[in-house]
Design a protein around this ligand. Sequence first.
Ligand code: SF4
Ligand code: SF4
Length: 177
Amino acid sequence: MKGEQQNKKVKTIKVDLDKCNACRACEMACSAYHASPKYSSINPARSRIRVVMDLLNDEFVPIRSCDYSKAGCDGRRTYAINGKEYSECSFCGTICPTRDLFKEPDSGLPLKCDMCEDEKEPLCVQACPGGALIVEEIEEGIEQVKPGEMEIGMRSLIDKYGMQKVADTLARMKKKS
Ligand code: SF4
Ligand code: SF4
C-alpha cells in the first residue's frame, strides 16, 4: 500500500523454479490436507497450488492461489518464454470468474491458500521433494523479486511490477546459460 510504511511481517512461499520437477506432490498434499475429513481424499482439482506445466519445453511453474476477485481483469496479453506462448492468465493466482482454476469442483467456491495456518510448515512445502518451495517471512512493501526466486503469489507480483517484468523475470530465471 503506497504511502503507508507499515512493513508488516507476513509469511509467503517462494519457489525455486530450477528445483521444481513437476512431480505435483504439492498439489496432492494440499488437496489431502484440505479434504473433509482431513486426508480422506487426494484431488489436485481441489488444491490451492497448481503446477503450470509445459513438458515439451521443460517448464514447470507452481502457482499458489491468492485473492478472490468478483470480476476478471482486462489483461489478455500473451507472451513467450523460451519460444512457447503463454496467456497472461497462465501464471495468475487470482480466483476469478473467467476460469475454473482454484475453485471447488462441485460448488465453485474459491479455494484460497490459507498457508496451512494450523501447521508449523505448509503441507505443500513439506511434500516438495526437491526443496523448490520455501517459506519466507517478508515485510510487505519490500522488493521481493530476487534472481533465481519467484514469489508464487503471482497476482501481487503482477500488480506490483507489471506483467512484462514478471514475464521477463521468469524467462531470465529459466534461461540456461
Ligand atoms: S500453503 Fe497450504 S493451503 Fe497454501 S498451497 Fe500450500 S498446502 Fe495449500
Ligand atoms: S512438489 Fe515441489 S517439485 Fe513437485 S511439483 Fe510441487 S513445487 Fe515442483
